[in-house]
Design a protein around this ligand. Structure first.
Ligand SMILES: Cc1cc2nc3c(=O)[nH]c(=O)nc-3n(C[C@H](O)[C@H](O)[C@H](O)COP(=O)(O)OP(=O)(O)OC[C@H]3O[C@@H](n4cnc5c(N)ncnc54)[C@H](O)[C@@H]3O)c2cc1C
Length: 397
């Protein structure tokens, strides 16, 4: 078997792994070797809706989304034309209690510098026509939110990373990372790789990989769904994305006049090796009902395709990004709880600053997402559905 020594091994070519490898190479970290079991964006990244919103749970997430947005916009301009577009993001409800929560969130987000405001439902038509507004009591609008092409961005990170020196091997499934005198090793695709630094960015598969490597972390992979629909007459690509909090459905405009809509999240753990990749009929029927009720202009939409992907939850709905304390040289970036596209780029840059030894300030920038915050416990927990308003500690959601 061939042997290869690296200064850093990265496992996974989703948006997170692609961005980590890119940042390591750009930092001149030495020989960066990246391994992907399948092809780039074969996991959740290639199945994601690509909504990027600063309407996040807390300040860390808001700042990381902002950093990701800036990086994605620049990356798309250089290497992935059309993969980043500002279109705005709306949230709406007819429930007075949820409307009160929206108003609280808007005030908090604005205090963190987010460009978001409450909108009088009667004025919704000025930014999105075709919505039935008669019973809406709460609307939030963030005009600077965006949509991206997650696969195109991952490919762009990989292409730019390669130019900066990353050695990518596709079709290389890592069974386990073994700790030895030389650091971390694994054997795959006919080669034994060794490195003092290893980064697990294997999305929903990270749970099994970390457990096989002797360092399990509390992660729960779960299935969530999306669909592309064709709307007669087309939908302009400048249409804002939206989150309909009454129906638990979100949607964004696609490039070709179609819409991509989703949620269909399952609240129980699934096995990413064997999950059902097709969308459920009940999910598609729910989308049709939601459009008929709330966006009558889309009620004649026809299904183009529906699918499922696997995201990965953590007990507190915050990601795991940083060093594994019990395993020197081992780092993880996963557990994005369904919102990894919007945070992967910024989180990867912050993680690489820690790996590169930028000191306490860099470590502080990962506060709250440390992989060891559960103290070695593996509590039983269940994934939650819904967009970011329903998350966090608020008992109402
Ligand atoms: C339907 C759907 C809609 C979504 N919509 C959004 C959205 O609008 N906005 C948003 O922010 N997020 C969204 N997400 C979530 C987002 O897709 C994920 O959070 C994000 O893509 C995670 O990226 P990742 O790189 O961590 O994982 P992944 O993209 O899953 O990448 C992991 C990679 O690791 C590889 N791998 C796994 N095991 C191994 C191994 N043992 N050896 C080598 N390689 C391995 C896999 O093949 C895969 O390529 C959505 C997800 C789904 C499914």
């Amino acid at each position: 078997m061939a042997t290869e020594r690296a200064d850093a091994l990265v496992v996974g070519a989703g948006l997170a792994g692609a961005a980590v490898a890119y940042h390591l190479a750009r930092r001149g970290f030495g020989r960066v070797v990246a391994l992907e079991a399948d092809t780039p964006a074969a996991g959740a990244t290639g199945r994601a809706a690509g909504i990027v919103s600063e309407q996040m749970w807390d300040r860390w997430d808001v700042e990381v989304v902002r950093e990701s947005k800036a990086e994605y916009a620049a990356l798309a301009a250089r290497s992935a034309p059309g993969a980043y577009r500002t279109n705005g993001f709306l949230r709406w409800t007819s429930d007075p209690e949820v409307a009160a929560a929206i108003r609280e969130r808007v005030a908090e987000l604005r205090s963190w510098g987010v460009n978001v405001d409450s909108l009088d439902p009667a004025d919704l038509a000025t930014v999105f026509s075709g919505v039935r507004t008669d019973d809406l009591v709460g609307v939030a609008y963030a005009p600077a939110d965006a949509v991206v092409g997650p696969s195109a961005l991952a490919e762009a990170y990989i292409a730019e990373g390669r130019r900066a020196g990353v050695s990518w091997t596709l079709g290389a499934r890592v069974g386990a990372l073994e700790q030895g005198r030389e650091g971390w090793s694994c054997s795959c695709a006919g080669t034994r790789y060794t490195s003092p630094t290893a980064v697990v960015a294997a999305g929903a598969w990270s749970k099994a990989l970390l457990a096989a490597s002797g360092h399990p972390l509390p992660l729960a992979p779960y299935r969530t769904q999306a669909a592309v629909l064709s709307v007669p007459g087309g939908v302009p690509e400048t249409t804002p994305s939206f989150d309909d909090l009454d129906h638990d459905v979100y949607a964004r405009p696609e490039d070709n006049g179609r819409v991509l809509a989703g949620d269909g999240t399952e609240r129980f753990e699934t096995d990413p090796r064997t999950y059902v990749t097709a969308g459920d009929e009940t999910f598609v029927a729910h989308l049709a009902e939601a459009f008929e009720d709330r966006v009558p202009a889309w009620s004649e939409a026809s299904l183009v395709r529906a699918w499922a992907g696997v995201c990965v939850a953590t007990p507190d709905r915050r990601p795991l990004v940083g060093p594994v304390a019990s395993a020197p040289g081992l780092f993880v970036i996963t557990g994005f709880n369904g919102f990894g596209v919007m945070r992967a780029g910024g989180a990867a840059a912050r993680l690489v600053a820690v790996i590169a030894g930028d000191g306490p300030a860099a470590v502080g920038r990962l506060q709250g997402v440390h992989p060891d915050r559960f103290g070695g416990r593996l509590p039983e927990f269940f994934p939650k559905d819904g967009f970011t308003l329903q998350a966090g500690a608020d008992p109402r959601f």
